[in-house]
Design a protein around this ligand. Structure first.
Ligand code: PLP
Length: 391
């Protein structure tokens, strides 16, 4: 291969480019009509009632923590195997991050570890949980919702890896990731390596109208001008002209631009085809690595994996990573456990705290996974991994 093969990459078509340039030629670069179009198209795709477009997935997490009332001392539990933003959002609001270990079978948050942690403390000690659909494997949110209800916790689903993914609960009901049926709030990212590329961008989804309205205000500085929402305003007050608006709380400018929304909307037209392609690539990898020393995670029937990442686990991971680089295959490691990051170590977390996560990290490697990866390129990747394993 003369071109390096990355682990992930966006796919931009002429239609996408036309959608963006149309906006650039029009009157609104930001706060135009494409935001609402993107939000409703995304809500339709995900199957939720409300969607709020924001600047990026991290901003989405931050606003969710604000809307859920995270403040100084609020304790929240997440997984160590995620992008650090899943934990950082709690810190932005002054909260305290706790971790529960992963289940080695799925690399997702282990509900038994979570239950054990909750039971070590009095009720009310923790306020919420942030499960992550890591790699695109949907967490069993029905089980987490039940546990959260037993302990009076909110649930914020980090679904950045899993738009289009779903799982089936014990009654046979299918829940799509972020559909608002179980989590209070869910978030997505439109970073170029994710399923939908908008340059940067994020989305919050929910079925909770009050949270939705609050998020709209937090996204725009905490300002509102809607007559029914104003607090210092009496209807018909002659002192208050058409310019009148109120800063009601401290929010941020976390808006998405209109041309990013147009790009996101254009990408959304192809999202199902792109997901099918990701799943087809995953099946080919699965077939190649079954009955080899390579550990793979294959979800059971009823779980529709969205395959943001295709992760294998091998004993000589560093050597395989280096070997693949010599072949121009840019495999990547997802993730260094969050609790081992220098920033989090200051809170007392240390090696040995989450043995499953650390064992997983020692062996994990994400192989190229994106819709435009060709069969020929994938065969080349598979052959390189096989060569390494047999050497
Ligand atoms: C990408 C990602 C984020 C952050 O999204 P950005 O749009 O890059 O800010 C958060 N959580 C997870 C799991 C992610 O993969």
């Amino acid at each position: 291969m003369n071109q390096p093969i990355p682990y992930g990459r966006q796919h931009i078509t002429d239609e996408d480019i036309a959608a963006v340039t149309d906006v650039l030629r029009g009157p609104f670069l930001t706060q135009g009509p494409h935001i609402g179009t993107f939000e409703s198209a995304f809500a339709d795709y995900i199957g939720c009632q409300y969607a709020v477009a924001v600047a990026n997935g991290t901003a989405a997490l931050h606003l969710c923590c604000m809307a859920l009332g995270v403040t100084s001392g609020t304790r929240v539990i997440t997984t160590p195997i995620t992008f650090s933003a899943s934990a950082n959002c709690v810190r932005y609001c002054g909260g305290e991050v706790y971790f529960a270990d992963i289940d080695p079978e799925t690399a997702l948050l282990d509900i038994n570890a979570m239950r054990a942690l909750l039971e070590q403390h009095p009720k009310g000690y923790f306020s919420g949980i942030i499960p992550v659909d890591f790699a695109g494997y949907p967490v069993d949110l029905a089980a987490f919702r039940q546990l959260a209800d037993e302990h009076g916790l909110w649930v914020l689903e980090d679904a950045c890896h899993a738009p289009g993914g779903s799982f089936t609960d014990s009654t046979g009901t299918v829940h799509r990731c972020g559909d608002g049926s179980l989590a209070d709030l869910a978030i997505f990212s439109f970073h170029p390596v994710k399923h939908i590329a908008a340059g940067e961008g994020g989305m919050i989804t929910t079925n909770d109208e009050a949270l939705y309205k609050h998020l709209l205000r937090l996204r725009t500085h905490g300002i509102t001008s809607k007559p029914g929402d104003l607090t210092e305003y009496q209807p018909g007050d002659p002192e208050r002209g058409g310019w009148y608006m109120e800063l009601q709380e401290l929010g941020y400018n976390y808006r998405l631009t209109d041309f990013q929304a147009a790009l996101g909307t254009s990408q959304l037209q192809r999202v199902e085809a792109m997901l099918d392609r990701r799943q087809a690539i995953a099946r080919r990898y699965d077939e190649a690595f079954v009955d080899t020393p390579v550990t793979i995670i294959v979800p059971p029937p009823g779980v529709d994996h969205a395959y943001h990442l295709y992760v294998i686990q091998v004993d000589s991971r560093k050597e395989l990573y280096d070997f693949l680089r010599t072949k121009q295959i840019m495999a990547q490691v997802h993730y260094i456990p969050v609790h081992l990051m220098p920033y989090y170590r200051q809170f007392g977390w240390k090696p040995g705290d989450f043995p499953n996560a650390e064992r997983y990290y020692a062996r994990c490697l994400s192989l190229p996974m994106y819709p435009t990866l060709t069969d020929e390129e994938q065969d080349y990747v598979i052959a390189a991994v096989r060569t390494f394993i047999n050497s």
